[in-house]
Design a protein around this ligand. Structure first.
Ligand SMILES: *Cc1c(COP(=O)(O)O)cnc(C)c1O
Length: 411
C-alpha cells in the first residue's frame, strides 16, 4: 500500500464526491442516480457513507422485498458460497431439484426454467412461446406473432426493446426484432382484436411498473385469460416486479383469479442478493425445449438456487405477503388523505404504489430530492409519478413515519 496516493482531504469529507467522480470518469452514463452513496442495509433501512440512515421506498425496484440483507437469506448465501457456487448445467447440483420442487409447490406450477436476470426470463419465454407456436399450434415457420402492451417494460435486450413504446429505451438500438404487435394496456377488446391465426402469445405485466404503476381495469386480466384460452394463445404474465408478495398476493394474477401459462419471476426471487429469475410454466409449454436448444452458464447455479429457496421461504414463513397487503392499505389510504394541490392520483396495489403529481407541481424528481433530505429514498418514474415500494417487512410505525415525510414535502 502506498501512502503517496492517499487523498489530501479527510476521507469522510471526500467520500461522496469521490464515488460520484469515479463513476463519472470511468462509468457508462446510463443512469442518473440520486446523490447518495450507500454502504449498508438492514431491513427497510439503508445507510450512506456518512452514516445517514434512510427508509428505502424503492427496494431496488422490488428486488429487495424481503428487506436488505435478510439474515436467513444471507446465511443461506454464505453457507452455499462456502460449499459450491457453480457447476454449469453440464453436471447436476444438489440445490436445483429442491428449488424446482419448492417453487412449483408454492406457485402451483408444473415446470421451471431457471435464468439469471429478468430480461433473460422474458427472452426465454419469447423463445419458448415461438417454438410452441410452430411445433404445437402449427403456425407457419417464421410468422409467429406476440401481442404486447403500450407502455410495457420487460427489460433492455434488443428483442425486448424491439417492442418497447418508450422512445428513450428504443432510439438508436435498431434494427429491431420483428413479430410483435402493440395494443393499448387495459383494453381487452383491442387485445382480442389483435390476436390473429399466427399469434402465439400475449405478454403483459399485471400492473405496469415502469410506466408509472398503472393498474388495469377490474376484470381485464380475466378477459385476456379467456381470450387466450379461446384462441389457443399462450398467456405470459411478467410478474418480475409485481410478483413475490409485492402487491399483497404471492402473484398479482391471484387478485383477478387467473393463471398464466408462463409466469416470469425475478428480482425478489433472491431477496436482492443474487440475480435469479425463472420462467414458471403451468402448461406443457416448456416441454418444447430439448437439450441444447436454450440455456445459461449461470442459470440454475447452486448458489442462486440456495438463495432463492430461502428467499421464498422467508417470504411465506414471516408473513411478508400479508404484511404487504396490510401496510399497503395503510400507506395508500394515508397518502390519499394528504391534503395537497400537487397530487393528482394515488394508485396501486399492496406495497406497489404510484403517486402521480400534477404537471404544474414541477416534476417528481424534486419531491424525491426533498424526501431524501428527510431520510426517505424513493424515485420518480417518468416525469410526474413517484413510485413508492418499501420492503415488505415495513411496520405500521414506519409507514406512519413515511406518511409524515410525504405530507411535509407535498404541503
Ligand atoms: C425489472 C423488470 C424486468 C427486467 O429485469 P432485469 O433483471 O433488470 O433484466 C422485466 N420486467 C419487469 C416487469 C421488470 O420490472
Amino acid at each position: 500500500m502506498s501512502l503517496d496516493i492517499a487523498p489530501a482531504v479527510p476521507a469522510a469529507a471526500a467520500r461522496r464526491t469521490d464515488f460520484a467522480a469515479l463513476e463519472a470518469e470511468y462509468g457508462a452514463r446510463n443512469y442518473k442516480p440520486f446523490e447518495v452513496v450507500l454502504t449498508r442495509g438492514e431491513g427497510v433501512f439503508v445507510w450512506d457513507v456518512d452514516g445517514v440512515r434512510y427508509l428505502d421506498c424503492l427496494s431496488a425496484y422490488s428486488a429487495v422485498n424481503q428487506g436488505h440483507c435478510h439474515p436467513r437469506i444471507i446465511e443461506a448465501l454464505t453457507a452455499q458460497a462456502q460449499r459450491l457456487t457453480l457447476t454449469s448445467r453440464a453436471f447436476r447440483n444438489d440445490q436445483l431439484g429442491l428449488f424446482y420442487e419448492e417453487i412449483c409447490q408454492l406457485t402451483g406450477s408444473h415446470a421451471v426454467l431457471p435464468m439469471n436476470t429478468g430480461a433473460e426470463a422474458v427472452e426465454s419465454a419469447l423463445k419458448v412461446a415461438r417454438k410452441w407456436g410452430y411445433e404445437v399450434k402449427g403456425v407457419p415457420s417464421g410468422l409467429a406473432e406476440i401481442v404486447v402492451c403500450d407502455g410495457n417494460f420487460h427489460g433492455r435486450t434488443v428483442s425486448v426493446v424491439s417492442f418497447s413504446t418508450d422512445p428513450t429505451a428504443r432510439s438508436g438500438f435498431g434494427p429491431f426484432t420483428p413479430g410483435f404487435r402493440v395494443v393499448p394496456f387495459g383494453d381487452a377488446a383491442a387485445l382480442e382484436a389483435a390476436i390473429g391465426p399466427n399469434t402465439v402469445a400475449v405478454l403483459i405485466e399485471p400492473i405496469q411498473g415502469e410506466a408509472g404503476v398503472i393498474v388495469p381495469p377490474r376484470g381485464y386480466l380475466a378477459r385476456v385469460r379467456e381470450a387466450c384460452t379461446r384462441q389457443d394463445v399462450i398467456l405470459i404474465l411478467d410478474e418480475i416486479q409485481t410478483g413475490l408478495g409485492r402487491t399483497g398476493a404471492l402473484l398479482a394474477e391471484a387478485h383477478e383469479g387467473v393463471e398464466a401459462d408462463l409466469t416470469l419471476v425475478g428480482k425478489a426471487l433472491s431477496g436482492g442478493v443474487h440475480p435469479v429469475s425463472a420462467v414458471l410454466s403451468n402448461r406443457e409449454v416448456l416441454g418444447v425445449l430439448n437439450p441444447g436448444e436454450h440455456g445459461s452458464t449461470f442459470g440454475g447455479n447452486p448458489l442462486a438456487c440456495a438463495v432463492a429457496r430461502m428467499a421464498l421461504k422467508v417470504l411465506v414463513d414471516e408473513g411478508m405477503i400479508e404484511n404487504a397487503a396490510r401496510q399497503g392499505r395503510r400507506l395508500m389510504e394515508g397518502l390519499r388523505q394528504i391534503a395537497s394541490d400537487h397530487v393528482r392520483e394515488v394508485r396501486g396495489r399492496g406495497l406497489m404504489i404510484g403517486l402521480e403529481l400534477h404537471p404544474e407541481a414541477g416534476g417528481a424528481r424534486r419531491f424525491g430530492e426533498a424526501l431524501k433530505a428527510r431520510g426517505l429514498l424513493c424515485k420518480e418514474t417518468h416525469d410526474h409519478t413517484l413510485r413508492i415500494a418499501p420492503p415488505l417487512v415495513i411496520t405500521s410505525d414506519q409507514v406512519d413515519w413515511a406518511l409524515e415525510q410525504f405530507a411535509a414535502v407535498l404541503a
